[in-house]
Structure formats: C-alpha cells, structure tokens
Design a protein around this ligand. Structure first.
Ligand code: SF4
Length: 680
C-alpha cells in the first residue's frame, strides 16, 4: 500500500491541512495528531473531525507514486520531457496564451508565488487564475473598494472572544470550522442564513432570508439604522467619505419593502440592528453564503456600509471581516496566481508594480503579460478556437468544484493537453494526459496565511513516499526545460517572495521562517525585519490615500436565475462537517466517509409532502445545466421554497449557475432554480 510505511519519529509542530482556520496541531510520533495550544485560532485545544483524522491522508492507499502518461506509469524524466515538449509545441503553434495555468487556495504561499512566476516567466502566458476566485473574490473586491485593502479579518480572531454582538451573514462556522465557535461563546450571535444551520442554532437571533436576497436585507438594516438614529455620526464624519450618497440610495429600501423581498420580518431586522448599535464591541462577518452570488461584491459592500455607519471597522473591539474558507485562501490571493495580480497583492496593470516584480524576476517589465481570464471564464474558454489548448492544474478539482461542472468537464475534454499535479487521482486528474504525483501537507514545508492574515509555518514532518516530488520541483524541472532557473527549497522561495512582496499591500518582507516559529505567526503587512507585524491594520487609518473608508452605494437586484414553472425551487449549496471542498482528500478518509458517506438533498417537510418524497428516497434534482441524484433528507431547518445540497460530491455543481459577479467574476454558487422529483 503506497505510503503505508510513512513513519514519523518525533512530534512536529505544524497546522491542519484543510481550512482557513489553520488550527495548530502536532503530528507524531507515528501518526498521532494532537492540538497545539499556542496558536490562537484553536488555543482551546479543539480540532474538528477533519483535523483529528488528517494523519490518515499520509497513509492513504490511493496515493499516486509515479507520473502517469496517458494512464501508464512512466519515469519522471519521460513525463517532464513530454510535457515540456508539448507545451513548447502548443505555444509555438498558437502563441503563449494557448497554455493556461489553474491554481488553488490550498497551495502554500511558496507554491502560489512560484505558479504565478512560472506562468508569466516560463510560459509567458496571461492565462492563470485559481479556485480562490470561487471563494473569496467578492469579499476581497468589496474590501478593496471600502478600505483600500483586503485582509479577510483585519483583526486577530481572539478579538471576537470579547465582543458583545457578532453578526454572521452567510457563514456556517459551527459546521465548516467548529473550533471557531469557541470564539463566539461570549457574544450575542446574529446569523443570517436561509437554513437553520448548526451556527444558526447557536444564535440569539436567526434571520432566514429568501436565497439571493442578502443584499436587500443589508440595505434594509442600514435604512433602519439611519431611520432609528443609530448612525455613529462622529465616526462617519472623521473616518469615512460617501455617506450622503449611500443614505440617498436607500430610499427604496424601507423596512416593509425589504420584508416583502427577503421574507425577514421587520421586527427581526430592527432587533438585529439595534443589538449591533447598542453595544461597544460589535462585529459583522460575511461568509460564502452572502458572497457567492452574481451580486456578491455589492452584497458585501452593503454589509460593510452598515458596519461603517455603526462605526465598527478600524476600532479595537469592533469591525468587519470576511471568514475565508480555503486553507490558504488569504495568502493564495496575494502572491500572483490570480489573473490580475502580482506578488504582494499588487495589480498586474500597475506600471510600478510590474517594474518591481520584473526586477526580482530578472526580466524586463514589458515581458510580464497583462491580466488574463478569470477562473470560470478561463475554464469556459478551454479548447475553443480563441481559448487555451493546454492546461496545467495544481491543487484544484474543477470537475467537481466549478459551476456548471458538466460543461466544464466538456471544455477540459476538448483540450489538446491536460497536466495535473495531485497526490490522489481526483476526478479531474482522471481526465489528464499527464499526472505528476506530488507531496502533500506534512511531507513539505511552507507558509500558509490564515483567515486573520497571520502567516504560519507548516513544517515537514514525514518523508514522502518514493517516487513523489513537490510541486516546486515539478515547476522548476519544467522551467529548466523551458530555459529558466527556479528555486525548489521552500525557504529560498519564501525569501524571493519576501523581496517580490516588499512595498506591496501584502508586504511579507520582514517575515522569516524563524520569526514565524518564534512568534507563532506574523501578521502582514510586515515591511521590515524589526517590524512587529500588523494585527489590526485599520486602527489609525484605512488604506486609501486619504486614510478614510469609502461608503459605496449599491442596489439590490434578483438572483440571476429565479424559480419559474419549469424549475420552481431554489437550490443552495454548501459544506458538511466531515468533508472539505471537492472531497478529493476527505472522501478517502474512512472515518469521514463513515460520518458522511453520500450526497443528500435537504428539503422542507411541506415541500417533501407536495412532491411525495419521503426520507431516504432517491431524488432527482435538475437545473438548466444538468441533473444530479441524491438521497432525500427532510428537515424543517430549511425554507419551504429551497433545497440544499452539499458540494463535496459529483452532482451539486452540475446544477449551479455560472452567472458571474461583474466585479469579482465570482460565480453564483449559492442560488439557482431547480426541479426536484422522486426518482422512480
Ligand atoms: S479543518 Fe479547519 S477547523 Fe477543522 S481542524 Fe482543520 S483547520 Fe481546524
């Protein structure tokens, strides 16, 4: 069994391989996992079921240990030579943009950085993006507009411990990252979610809006705050601009109108906004439920407008934050694997940024390509006459995780060349011409930036199985065949990343592996070795040149696809406790499979009765994009007009709608119209 002889002799301090909380853990001796208590995210000693079973990833029997060329094991040099030859031939025939690169929000900072450099320097392509576009991009875009900078939670997570009130819009932390809940023991919790989730069950107040109407709800809350005289006028005058324009823009969103659109009673809205305004320490957090919409940027903007009106951001003990999801969702969007970015959270079309990064890379600035296609647009263009003919894919499984997944699988099937780096045969790897077997998690060192913006060190604890190499080795070996020299040692890559990020918004230049180890993480920006890092970047000023936050007027509009006669029910998608993202890792861990063995459709008892569906029935769910089957679960935790499916298995994303947010290019994962029937 490949990897079954993996042995760890000593205890090594590291972090969980999965979500953005990046819980501190110790692995070893052997495969024993124990929580660390020096990492604030889980200093309580908590881990979730995924974390406790993470050691089993290292001994998984389905581990890939040899490169595969058209499904057959081959020597590394054979596979690398083949890929380099094919990439060169495709570039020569169709131009550099005929080769695309797709990354992931779980890759270490070192890998994300090297991937961006590989695309721009070794391949000369603009066609690079990553699956983080599907997760955090709307909150990032809204934060940049409002604050001039995006750092998911611009405060340490432990600040929440002392809060009086926390509002979470579209986040189910009790299920997705349970140790987070330990930070919510004290505050009064307000949850906005169409489902009565595990998090909503903990709430003092649960607002249950119609899917796709969070934006209207946020506008209604701000309308009420203004009408009830709850605005922090002093703060608004001293620290913001644009309030009057937003005040005027709210005229259509009086409370009764918002109740009609959202289904949330006015008295609940009033309770929520009064609770937030009545206390000294209040936070508003958003998650994917509010963000993964074709209007996600505007929805987050509306919640930020509410937070600004109440005087929360940039004050110790209060604030706005986005609860990032993927393991390195924060760092992954800072160092250049995004179509429009260069390392240090620099914009790729900024001449000064291009000069700086080109200097670190040793190339002329004009050789750095411009912005490329966003993630879904890139996948949608694969194999088309104008689109990429080859795709290199790292740390992602879009056949399961992209919207309109069947269409995406078709586009991938139209490629001349698909190269996948993974450590197991994911559904996307199974379609590849070449699969490179790579190291994972505890077999490699690297940095991850957690949901607080704290840069953490993941340490190598185990020797990888024979035949496996790191993604950094793969990229360097291909770069060398294409005429370039890349570093492969994570610490050396990080030193280069530090130089590339220096002077950017996400400045890592003062962070070293040694400092991270000694200080159990360092917050960016950290612009010099003596700098203490920046846990709360907005205390004195926001990142716009005038130091003020921006109110930005936004308007509600319906979901891109509303229910109709043919598809009369809303579908919403999300995660379950036992699984992570596309499930490529967690669906291979026996205790997690035992805990959550199969996909399901959750529907309200009234809807189930109307459709003659009983618990355990196999249900067919169809949308304009595809069809999926799953077992019925009947629960009054969901609205009568909505069904819910977890997205860790094939199926849910065959249904979802790839309508894109105009700013962030985030697809509308969280709402579409479906038909639900008992499978005869
Ligand atoms: S999956 Fe997230 S919440 Fe669970 S142990 Fe890992 S980092 Fe912590």
């Amino acid at each position: 069994m490949p990897g079954s002889d993996t042995m760890i002799n000593t205890a090594t301090k590291t972090h969980c391989p999965y979500c953005a909380l990046q819980c501190g853990m110790q692995i070893g001796p052997e495969l024993a996992i124990s929580p660390r208590t020096d990492i604030p995210a889980n200093a309580s000693g908590a881990l979730c079921q995924k974390g406790w079973t993470a050691g089993e990833l290292l001994t998984n029997g389905e581990r890939l240990t040899a490169p595969l060329l058209h499904g057959e094991p081959v020597e590394w040099d054979v596979a690398l030579d083949y890929v380099a030859y094919r990439l060169s031939a495709i570039r020569a025939e169709h131009g550099p943009d005929a080769v695309a690169v797709f990354g992931g929000g779980g890759l270490t900072n070192e890998k994300a950085y090297t991937l961006g450099k590989f695309a721009r320097v070794a391949l000369g392509t603009s066609q690079i993006d990553y699956n983080g576009r599907f997760c955090m991009s709307s909150a990032a875009a809204a934060s940049i507009k409002a604050f001039g900078m995006d750092r998911g939670m611009p405060f340490p997570i432990t600040d929440l411990d002392d809060a009086d009130v926390v509002m979470i819009a579209g986040g189910n932390v009790a299920e997705t990252m349970p140790p987070f809940v330990r930070h919510l023991d004290g505050p009064r919790l307000i949850v906005i979610d169409p489902r009565r989730t595990q998090t909503a069950k903990l709430a003092w107040l649960h607002l249950q809006p119609t899917p796709g109407t969070d934006l209207a709800l946020a506008l209604g809350l701000l309308h009420l705050a203004i009408a009830d005289g709850l605005v922090d006028e002093e703060y608004v005058a001293a620290r913001t601009t644009g309030f009057e324009e937003v005040r005027t823009s709210l005229s259509a969103w009086w409370p009764e109108q918002v109740e009609r659109v959202t289904g949330v009673p006015v008295h609940h809205m009033r309770q929520a906004v009064r609770a937030l305004a009545a206390v000294d320490k209040a936070y508003i957090l958003t998650g994917r439920g509010a963000e993964q919409h074709a209007k996600g940027t505007d929805t987050v903007t509306a919640f930020i407008n509410l937070a600004l009106a109440l005087g929360l951001p940039g004050r110790q003990g209060s604030g706005y934050g986005c609860v990032t999801g993927q393991g390195n969702g924060q760092g992954g969007r800072e160092h250049g694997q995004k179509a429009d970015q260069l390392p240090g959270y620099r914009k790729i079309d900024d001449p000064a940024a291009r000069e700086h990064v080109a200097g670190v890379w040793g190339i002329p600035a004009e050789d750095i390509p411009g912005p490329g296609r966003s993630a879904y647009e890139l996948l949608d263009a694969l194999g088309t006459p104008e689109g990429p003919k080859a795709l290199m894919l790292f740390g992602s499984n879009p056949v399961i995780s992209a919207p309109a997944a069947e269409h995406v699988a078709g586009r991938i099937g139209a490629l001349d060349l698909l190269v996948v780096c993974d450590f197991v045969m994911s559904e996307t790897a199974a379609l590849a011409d070449v699969v490179f077997p790579v190291t994972q998690w505890a077999e490699e060192s690297g940095t991850m930036t957690n949901l607080e913006g704290r840069v953490l060190l993941r340490r190598r604890a185990a020797t990888p199985p024979e035949g496996v190499r790191s993604d950094l080795d793969v990229l360097a070996a291909l770069a060398q065949r294409l005429g370039h020299t890349f570093e492969t040692e994570p610490v050396k890559v990080f030193d280069e990343l530090r130089r590339a990020s220096a002077g950017g918004a996400a400045d890592y230049s003062g962070i070293t592996y040694e400092r991270i180890a000694e200080e159990t993480g360092v917050f960016w920006p950290c612009p010099s070795p003596g700098h203490p890092g920046t846990p709360r970047p907005f205390l004195d000023r926001f990142a716009h040149p005038d130091g003020r936050a921006r109110f930005v007027p936004v308007q509600h509009r319906p979901a891109a696809e509303e229910p109709d006669e043919d598809y009369p029910v809303y579908l919403s998608t999300g995660r379950v406790l036992a699984h992570y993202q596309s499930g490529a890792q967690t669906r291979r861990i026996a205790p997690l499979v035992q805990a959550a063995p199969e996909p399901y459709v959750e529907l309200h008892p009234d809807l189930a009765e109307q459709l003659d569906i009983t618990p355990g029935d196999v249900v067919r769910v169809s949308s304009r994009r595809g069809e999926a089957k799953a077992v019925a679960r009947i629960s009054d935790a969901i609205r009568r007009d909505t069904v819910f499916m977890p997205f860790h298995w094939e199926g849910a994303n065959r249904l979802t709608n790839p309508a894109l947010d105009p700013t962030s290019r985030m697809p509308e994962f969280k709402v579409c119209a479906v038909r639900v029937e008992r499978d005869s």
